[in-house]
Design a protein around this ligand. Structure first.
Ligand code: G3P
Length: 221
């Protein structure tokens, strides 16, 4: 399972990039708006910073306008992926873009039925939003498992991109469900590496090591 960051913040990207595990990036209008910078310049910078696919979301509402905007977003960089919303207009535009070989990510997906539509238009990614399903009292992970099972049975090529992940358990369960990608905010990414026993263990190793160095210097051994 590839690990993507869900952010439009360049500092966050640079930090996680250092770990060598950043597989790609997803962004959305809310995340881009938070950055308060020139949109096109910022999108180019995001694509340049990431060695992997970068999802850039359309904001138009009619099929023709989404399609035209999608063509522009695809021009931002060679690693740009066009995000379209799971609406009749979104998938209609997404189908036209996918038919032209443009990678498409169908976002705001909340059900297996919607995920089937995303696969049928030839989208590269489908993005089920787990956390937002949990927020309304539904079971996001159950929906993800259903989508993965259907895709496996049908032999769909569309990759399942588990989105709206809120904590490390979401990431673990998404991996167990067979998701191809997990996208998560910086806060969740940094939680993946944390374990209190790692901190305690490292502290002990280092203090024992430093004690030995001190004793060697003093000629104790
Ligand atoms: O970018 C799409 C998705 O991951 C949003 O997550 O936390 O706003 O529900 P969230």
């Amino acid at each position: 399972m590839k690990l993507f960051l869900d952010t439009a913040n360049l500092e966050e990207i640079r930090e996680i990039k250092k770990w060598g595990v950043l597989g790609g990036l997803t962004s959305n209008p809310t995340l881009i708006a938070r950055e308060h910078s020139d949109i096109e310049t910022h999108m180019k910078a995001l694509c340049a910073e990431v060695d992997g696919p970068v999802s850039l979301e359309t904001t138009e509402e009619t099929a023709d306008a989404i399609y035209e905007q999608g063509l522009q977003l695809a021009q931002v960089a060679s690693n740009a992926v066009v995000k379209v919303a799971m609406t009749p207009d979104g998938i209609s535009a997404g189908k036209r873009l996918a038919d032209q070989g443009i990678p498409v990510n169908v976002t705001l997906t909340f059900s297996p039925a919607q995920a089937i539509l995303a696969a049928e238009i030839g989208a590269t990614y489908v993005s089920p939003f787990l956390g937002r399903l949990d927020d309304v009292g539904a079971d996001g992970m159950y929906v993800l498992r259903e989508i993965c099972e259907i895709y496996e049975m049908q032999g769909y090529d569309t990759l399942v991109l588990a989105a709206s992940l809120r904590h490390p358990m979401h990431v673990i369960e998404a991996a167990k469900a067979g998701a191809d990608v997990a996208t998560m905010p910086y806060s969740v990414f940094t939680q993946l590496v944390k374990h209190p026993l790692t901190d305690v263990g490292l502290e002990k190793f280092l203090s024992d090591w430093n004690k030995l160095q001190k004793e060697l210097k003093e000629g104790v051994h």
